[in-house]
Design a protein around this ligand. Structure first.
Ligand SMILES: [Zn+2]
Length: 73
């Protein structure tokens, strides 16, 4: 079985992850009006001051176009 972003335990506090084209993830942390998002492949990210719907939309939109490779662990 190959590893994927879905199989390892998620980092503490991560409530959602969006998979990018290159295999990195955009991690969403928090909820409500205190939600943050952060790409694991590039410096993209913001928060934790977003409403969760905005954070999820931003994370998903970024995941669809980001081509940065995941940073080595
Ligand atoms: Zn990115």
């Amino acid at each position: 079985m190959t590893t994927s972003p879905f199989t390892p335990a998620w980092p503490e506090g991560v409530t959602a992850r969006y998979l990018t084209l290159a295999g990195a993830t955009v991690d969403v942390r928090g909820s409500g009006d205190r939600t943050a998002y952060e790409c694991t492949g590039c410096p993209f990210g913001s928060g934790p001051s977003w409403h969760h719907t905005v954070a999820h939309e931003s994370a998903q939109a970024h995941a669809e176009k980001c081509r940065a490779l995941p940073r080595p662990a």
